[in-house]
Design a protein around this ligand. Sequence first.
Ligand code: 0GY
Length: 306
Amino acid sequence: MTTVAAKTPGWLDWYRGPSAPAFRLPPGTVDTHCHVFGPQAEFPFAPERKYTPCDGGKEDLFALRDHLGVSRNVIVQATCHGADNRAMTDAVRAAGGRARGIATVRPDVAEAELLALDAAGVRGVRFNFVRRLVDTSPKDDLRAIARRIAPLGWHVVLYFESADLPELEGFFGSLPVPLVVDHMGRPDVTQPVDGPGFSRFLRFTDTNDVHVKVSCPERLSVGGPAALNGERHAYTDVVPFARRVVEEFPDRVLWGTDWPHPNLTDHMPDDGLLVDHLPLIAATDDLRHRLLVANPMRLYWPGEPF
Ligand code: 0GY
């Protein structure tokens, strides 16, 4: 019998009744940042994980995709599954061409496994520097992984805290593959958008041709989901940061829901409200089309019409 581990105390489950967004996503929208958790009985979590989540399997992800009007997903390996990519690749395969994957691999990953991941729809690996999520990997190991994936045309997805960028950016710039950054490099939104911290991130983005996910307002916000004047506007303290990136790098921004929203502790977002955040951060149809359709299609489905 499979032993099912209990959830981390205080764990917040994803929200089962997302509202219908008022904003209609353009046809072909890609959610470039979401995960699957298990289900644990079928895909056990990794022994080295830092948290045990609720289940959030592929059927629930696909139901959310259809509810929101999303066309495609990029499913990012969640740290609770370590380098066991089976839950993620199972979901990518089940999506029948409507999903790509981002894997976690170790430096000694077999060539045959990389090829199998590529065939399943994986297009990159994630390097995670957030210490509450993973034990830090030696940079030599990460360099070795980057060299291994470069011939496949994959990229590296970087997840780090903004305070760590000064120490890491030289290393990031030395990697021989394209770079994608999660959640705008996690800015401190209590600081000015033109202050030294975010300016440094924008310079890093510019210099290294980085793609940036303008995702996770719910994770970055200090003000929280309180609606403004009773309207469906939430997480307004994050808006100036996302808007700045969208306007400065319109051809290199990506969007994602981050469902099932790991490790949130104060509230679980309504994914419909996250969609309604989009017109605030991308003010025109043209900017929204690039953010939601053109940019992710070029990166994850190159050559396919959109
Ligand atoms: C995110 C953010 C988090 C977690 C993970 O893989 C993960 O465990 O990505 C987080 O806790 O900040 O992107 O989902």
